[in-house]
Design a protein around this ligand. Structure first.
Ligand SMILES: NC(=O)c1ccc[n+]([C@@H]2O[C@H](COP(=O)([O-])OP(=O)(O)OC[C@H]3O[C@@H](n4cnc5c(N)ncnc54)[C@H](O)[C@@H]3O)[C@@H](O)[C@H]2O)c1
Length: 267
């Protein structure tokens, strides 16, 4: 198990899903953590869960696309714990099932502002602390959809592809200063992302979930993952055990991007 004793970590969007599992895993591994989300009740619940397990956690409300919120997130964490060692840029949104000619500029830009802009802003304001201590560990949660094209996911694919190359760029600029930056590309993970499509009717939601489960079943491991299966990898990457790992784009996807879907075909 990764040992994060004495480290301080921020995980954005950690009120639910992969972020929640990651912040809980890091707390269980000894880190003092900041849970952050736009959903206050969800985030506060995670803090209570961590404390009940004997961990140390605070909640800071922050929309990662809002510069003032992000500054406050970083400042409050450092004021509370006296340092910052780990940043997980996890907060993200989908962009609806839309192709390019169907999506409005405003909707496209909103996805970019949260997924890419949020990653930029949190990293920008965390970096001075990392530079001061010549140590910092950043994980950007991208997606397999940043590595390949996917049907009707124009904004999401564009944003996740940007996060992947930004991860490499950060490595070039900051690895010489002792800061490691890596990206994780989850495949189909069983979280609320697929379940919280408020615009869908109940029937449509059931159909969307079924589609997702069917798509996951066609991948090499044949199932969706639980969020903890991503969190375990994240905790390892930010630990000292992964000390030579930077600029890596790590798939945690049950083998999704090793192949294309052969369907019924075989040779
Ligand atoms: N679930 C998957 O299959 C999957 C696959 C690949 C990548 N991802 C990525 O993993 C990350 C987490 O997704 P998830 O599946 O756990 O989703 P989720 O919806 O369960 O959790 C995302 C959390 O982010 C928060 N959030 C949304 N917008 C925010 C903002 N502007 N500022 C701060 N917080 C915000 C939400 O309130 C929510 O609590 C996302 O970046 C997503 O793109 C998920």
């Amino acid at each position: 198990m990764a040992d994060l004793t004495g480290k301080v970590a921020i995980v954005t969007g950690s009120g639910n899903g992969i972020g929640r599992a990651t912040v809980m895993k890091m707390a269980a591994s000894g880190a003092k953590v900041t849970v952050s989300d736009v959903l206050v009740e969800d985030g506060q619940k995670v803090v209570e869960e961590i404390k009940a397990l004997g961990g140390e956690a605070i909640f800071v409300e922050a929309d990662v696309s809002n510069e003032d919120h992000v500054k406050n997130l970083i400042d409050t964490t450092v004021a509370t714990y006296g340092r910052l060692d780990i940043l997980v840029n996890n907060a993200g949104v989908g962009g609806g099932q839309l192709r390019t000619h169907e999506i409005d500029l405003a909707d496209f830009m909103r996805v970019m502002a949260i997924n890419v802009g949020g990653t930029f802003l949190c990293t920008k304001y965390a970096l001075p602390h990392f530079l001061k201590q010549k140590d910092g560990r950043i994980i950007n949660i991208a997606s397999t959809y940043g590595l390949i094209g996917a049907p009707k996911a124009a904004a999401y694919c564009a944003s996740k592809g940007a996060i992947i190359n930004y991860t490499r760029q950060l490595t070039v600029d900051y690895a010489p200063e002792g800061i490691r930056t890596n990206a994780i590309c989850p495949g189909y993970i069983d979280t609320s992302l697929g379940r919280r499509r408020s615009t869908l009717s109940d029937d449509a939601l059931v159909a969307a979930i079924a589609r997702r489960e069917k798509a996951a079943a066609m991948q090499p491991l044949g199932r969706q993952a639980q969020p903890i299966e991503v969190a375990n990898v994240a905790a390892f990457i930010v630990s000292d055990e992964a000390s030579f790992m930077t600029g890596s784009i790590v798939t945690v996807d049950g083998g999704c991007v090793t192949t294309f879907n052969y369907g019924e075909a075989s040779n």
